[in-house]
Design a binder for this molecule. Structure first.
Ligand SMILES: CC(C)(COP(=O)(O)OP(=O)(O)OC[C@H]1O[C@@H](n2cnc3c(N)ncnc32)[C@H](O)[C@@H]1OP(=O)(O)O)[C@@H](O)C(=O)NCCC(=O)NCCS
Length: 140
């Protein structure tokens, strides 16, 4: 049975986190466990999915709870993808931010990610409803 829960970072074991992130190939995170821990602890909302006891997915939000809601790190174990877990994680993660207008994210330039986020109501900044926007990013 799959469960979706809002949790705090100390409710998730670091070894199961590493296994989850590794399962989708996000080794940048798992090479620096301290940063991964701080990222989860500093998130505004952290949501996890479990199949029985096994961690199978995670989503988190960084927000000021008023004007901006940044969706970061949505991931589902490959063995459990395509069954609505990602959608359920995002819906639960965004629930506290229903009145926050600006919801943004960055993702890979792949058709699957585009379909996933479009199915959740996101659109590319260049074609956003209400007028096209320009999105900028800087990596240091
Ligand atoms: C992207 C990801 C989170 C989707 O999770 P998921 O549990 O498989 O997605 P869901 O089953 O909830 O799908 C929700 C919708 O997204 C779309 N979608 C999801 N995966 C898709 C794929 N591979 N190809 C096309 N559309 C896809 C579908 O439209 C689906 O809607 P449907 O029910 O009408 O078919 C998952 O594939 C994943 O963890 N990928 C690796 C990590 C990643 O790239 N994360 C996103 C970037 S931060």
């Amino acid at each position: 049975m799959t469960t979706i829960d809002v949790v705090t970072s100390d409710q998730v074991d670091i070894d199961e986190l590493i296994e989850l992130y590794d399962s989708v190939g996000w080794s940048v995170y798992t090479r620096d466990v301290g940063t991964l821990r701080r990222a989860l602890a500093g998130s505004s909302t952290l949501v996890i999915a479990r199949d029985s006891a096994v961690l199978i997915g995670l989503a988190r939000v960084v927000s000021d709870n008023a004007t901006i809601c940044y969706l970061q790190d949505v991931l589902v174990k490959p063995s459990h993808q395509g069954h609505g877990v990602g959608r359920a994680l995002v819906q639960a993660a965004l629930e506290p931010y229903a009145t926050v207008r600006q919801k943004v994210l960055l993702t890979d330039n792949e058709p699957a990610q585009r379909r996933f986020y479009e199915s959740l109501g996101y659109s590319e900044a260049a074609v956003a409803a209400g007028g096209p926007l320009r999105a900028f990013v800087r990596f240091d």
